[in-house]
Ligand binder design. Sequence first.
Ligand code: NIG
Ligand code: FE
Length: 398
Amino acid sequence: MNEVLFTNIAQLVTPGAGVQRGAAMRELTVIPDAALLVSGGVIRWVGDRAQAPGTPHEHDLGGVAVVPGLVDPHTHAVWAGDRLADFEARVQGVPYEELLARGGGIRSSMRATGAAGVAELVNLARPRLQALHASGATTVEVKSGYGLDFGAELRMLEAVRALQADFALVPTLLIHVPPTEGRAKYVQAVCNELIPDVAQAGLASAVDVFCEKEAFTARETRAIFRAARAHGLPFKLHADQFHAIGGTELACELGALSVDHLEASGPAQIAALAGSGTVATILPGVTLHLGLPAAPGRALIDAGGAVAVGTDLNPGSSPVFSTALALALAVRLCRLTPAEALTAATVNAAAALGLSDRGALVPGQRADFLALQGPDWRELPYVLGGNPVREVWVGGQR
Ligand code: NIG
Ligand code: FE
């Protein structure tokens, strides 16, 4: 086990390990002139440089701030085709939901993705994942959901599996939009064929559903969650993006890992999330790109909820290729404090994926950390557009 002491850290900043709720999201530990001991990919010791244990191998980080690697808990990084015509139409006033209802939007990405093979999907996704990684993401969730049929869904998940050789990825089976005809049969087949097949092949770590007027109802969502549970898979939800139609309450009742979006959530949904163990994942890139209301991040934390933040990287609602930018937007658009945003993008984002072994710089956690460009960690929530991250370390390796 090769042991390395990372030194010349101007400031080491971390939330506590594990999910943080409410005011605890603001409680960061800040250690000036710190050192970090890593062996076997795991953090062994963290503290004041003057008290560091001796070791033959030292690595000088150059006098910058160090924070935990970011976890991006919500992306659709595998897709083919583009949504550039949609974008042009939208900025001239055609709503996102109307494009979808007309058979465009998500459905156009499904046609292009359904026609692509695994190797093509891998080649398309790789540079997107590289961009997220360079922005500080050391673990990234990736969803399926642009499959026209079950074969295409499996190809998307196989592409994610292939990319796991190069990135720490968490694959999710997303049941995205129903077919225009025969939706009852489709939901049945999802429950009786697709979920069992995916679970059997170990191709996904969780099941997600898009619960929305233009997608699945709360009743259909319940049936899909039941099937996921029956096959040993945790579940999560896209809910309250445009309309609050009961998905958030259902997900909290059934113990979902997370509910994501929440732009249209009101007091009832905030109370349901705050009173449950389900993480509220906000996606401020969607607010920016679609001009939607912002998710009530401030109110969720004030109510005692656990908030996470992600890019939602996808071609239609959030072409955001930087996890650090999502963190920075959560401060501007959803009124998180910089400290809360760091917690949202690290330990809480890990909790949204069911992971408790990463996101904090404390002994026993994975040695995933970022050396920032300068000595003050607040550059991370501050910078927009530039990259505040100089070096990305995963399991103690660059
Ligand atoms: O999280 N809202 C549903 N699904 C994605 C968007 C997918 C798309 O527009 O291609 C989302 O926003
Ligand atoms: Fe999404």
